[in-house]
Design a protein around this ligand. Structure first.
Ligand SMILES: [Zn+2]
Length: 185
């Protein structure tokens, strides 16, 4: 999927489940606070996580993001892309577990903030979303197996096509409908 779709999916699912948890599935919160002031920070972390897997794509959005006027992540992106290729290691459950662990392991001084769960939220939804496309995702990397939904490749769509837009639009409406229940309950 495109960077725009990933950002939309990551942030809208987070905001929706932050506003109204769906059964046991609620959004993790920054430092366990439900303060509205923490929400923009949490959303920024989710947004970062939603772009992070495509750091293996040097022409991707995050790789070309400029910090202090310089594309500082570009060399790292080239390196990851050269070693693992696009949609390789960064699109695996191992990478997701590593990202979450970097933020959540109890002995880390920043574990209280739950950065790992927030970045991990965006990251996990990125993997799920890419799983809907024809290329699928190598969830069990380093095993050379690709997963997708529906399992039949022909029923999935190609990145950047109108069907991707339709899926994002449908999901956005569902998320808004869920969030609106917060005002009813
Ligand atoms: Zn991707």
């Amino acid at each position: 999927m495109t960077g725009k779709s990933h950002v939309t999916i990551g942030t809208i699912t987070y905001a929706s489940l932050w506003a109204h948890p769906l059964g046991a599935l609620g959004a993790p919160t920054l430092a366990d606070t439900r303060s509205i002031l923490a929400l923009p920070v949490a959303l920024t972390l989710v947004l970062l996580g939603s772009l992070l897997p495509d750091l293996d794509h040097p022409e991707g959005r995050l790789a070309n993001e400029r910090f202090l006027g310089l594309p500082l992540l570009k060399p790292l992106s080239w390196l990851i892309s050269a070693i693992f290729g696009h949609r390789g290691a960064t699109h695996s459950l191992l990478a997701l577990a590593g990202i979450v662990a970097l933020g959540e392991l109890p002995f880390l001084p920043w574990a209280w903030a739950h950065l790992g769960l927030l970045v991990g939220w965006g990251y996990a939804f990125h993997l799920l979303a890419d799983g809907l496309t024809k290329s699928g995702v190598p969830l069990l990397w380093p095993l050379d197996l690709r997963f997708g939904f529906p399992p039949l490749r022909g029923l999935r769509f190609t990145t950047g096509t109108w069907r991707e837009g339709l899926v994002v639009a449908f999901l956005s409406v569902a998320c808004l409908a869920n969030a609106s229940r917060a005002f009813v309950d």
